[in-house]
Design a binder for this molecule. Structure first.
Ligand code: FAD
Ligand code: FES
Length: 280
């Protein structure tokens, strides 16, 4: 958070919950508005960055920003209830106050991607950070070539942002693939893991950037499929999660070898990720 964060980067800034949308049984989309107008106006993020969300008296948790950088004045976080902070957030209401620090980390190389085709692949909750990138590309669609989005969920009930995806499915300028590995009787879409759709994808390897966010088990197979399509390792980016505390390279909680996931990442290209133990 520019300016004011530089005064004391450990101090969370109060933000009001302005909207809560149930996405699935486990995930909700929260919209926040920073209360201090100077902080709010100074807040600039890139897709792939995260904030530290504080619930006073409970604790902090790192959460990816789901809204596009172009959505100014509001910050969206898509949160799965998985423990003390995220569980307590799920019990909060519109109008309640939380704390936010950030934005932190290195996001996707949006400017580098501009002018190229993009192949964006998400699994499960990985759609949260990727949605920020998808929305940013959507807002500046004329600057991109072919946009392909592949999003895999376990069941149809686990799909987040279904309404938005349904809208995009009808657009000629988005090639959208929604897959579920455990379909129900009503599912008429694609079935399988997210890699299943690669066979039918037409990719120009010379001008395509790949972006991957999902559960750790997904990365190897998606990278392999991207390589089969001829996409250069240099143009494959991915985001990682590790246990974090400070979010800004001070406490060492997220250190892997000589890298801090919170400042050197969470987005890395393939070659950088190769040097992170246990990443891919
Ligand atoms: C860069 C980054 C971005 C993230 N983005 C999102 C997001 O957009 N939406 C979202 O719902 N979650 C996201 N997470 C995960 C989220 O931070 C953890 O689930 C959260 O810290 C849990 O906090 P808690 O207090 O609710 O749970 P706790 O009570 O602290 O822990 C619940 C369980 O989750 C485990 N855990 C804690 N932190 C992590 C972690 N970082 N990765 C894996 N397991 C963990 C704990 O060991 C424990 O078993 C992100 C994590 C990182 C590092
Ligand atoms: S979270 Fe403290 S160094 Fe990364």
């Amino acid at each position: 958070m520019k300016n004011a964060m530089s005064a004391n980067p450990y101090r969370p800034w109060p933000a009001r919950i302005t909207s809560i949308i149930d996405l699935t049984a486990k995930e909700k989309l929260f919209e926040f508005r920073l209360i201090d107008s100077a902080i709010r106006e100074g807040f600039r993020h890139t897709a792939g960055q995260f904030v530290e969300l504080s619930l006073f008296g409970i604790g902090e948790a790192p959460i990816s920003i789901s809204s596009a950088p172009s959505k100014q004045g509001f910050i969206e976080l898509c949160v799965r209830a998985s423990g003390s902070v995220t569980g307590a957030l799920h019990r909060m209401k519109c109008g309640d106050i939380v704390g936010l620090r950030g934005p932190f980390g290195r996001g996707f190389p949006f400017e580098e991607m501009r002018g190229h085709d993009v192949l964006l692949v998400a699994g499960g909750l990985g759609i949260a950070p990727l949605k920020s990138l998808i929305n940013h590309i959507h807002d500046e669609r004329h600057d991109f070539g072919k946009v392909t989005i592949a999003y895999g969920s376990r069941t149809p009930a686990d799909i987040m942002f279904l309404d938005q995806f349904k809208m995009w499915q009808h657009r000629q300028d988005f090639d959208l693939h929604l897959l579920v590995s455990q379909p129900d009787d009503e599912w008429t879409g694609e079935v399988g893991y997210v890699t299943q759709c690669f066979e039918g994808l037409r990719v120009n390897p010379l001008r395509t950037y790949g972006a991957i966010v999902g559960p750790p088990v997904m990365y190897k197979s998606v990278i392999e499929e991207m390589r089969k399509k001829g996409i250069s390792y240099d143009m494959i980016y991915m985001s990682f999660e590790r246990q974090m505390k400070c979010g800004m390279g001070k406490c060492g909680h997220c250190a892997v070898g000589h890298q801090y996931i919170c400042v050197d990442g969470p987005v890395f290209n393939y070659w950088e990720a190769k040097n992170i133990q246990g990443a891919i």
